[in-house]
Design a protein around this ligand. Sequence first.
Ligand code: SF4
Ligand code: F3S
Length: 110
Amino acid sequence: PYVVAEPCINCKYTDCVEVCPVDCFYEGPNFLAIQPDECIDCNACVPVCPVEAIYPEDQLPEEWEHYTQWNEYLANQWRDLGYNVTEKTGPLDDAEAWEDAEKSEEDILT
Ligand code: SF4
Ligand code: F3S
């Protein structure tokens, strides 16, 4: 499956959700996650993300490899809550400022 990694945090442009043929994105306040059993590996979401946050699982930069687990965990939590997202809701207000800023994984859950 494909995986949303750190650059999405606090940006959440959501261009990705509009092109996903199987609607497998789930939305938290500051981050999106791909549900790995639903993703069909079509690659459509990769080129539309303005901050290059999405990777095939086996091509994740090493420092973000643990985002595979984050995506599965968060997508399942958010799916249970009904937070499927299929239409553009972003970007977040400060997305541009966050593009080059240091991110904290704690922000994913706040
Ligand atoms: Fe959706 Fe395709 Fe991206 Fe998987 S790779 S999340 S199926 S757009
Ligand atoms: Fe995040 Fe990029 Fe989608 S910033 S919401 S992965 S378009």
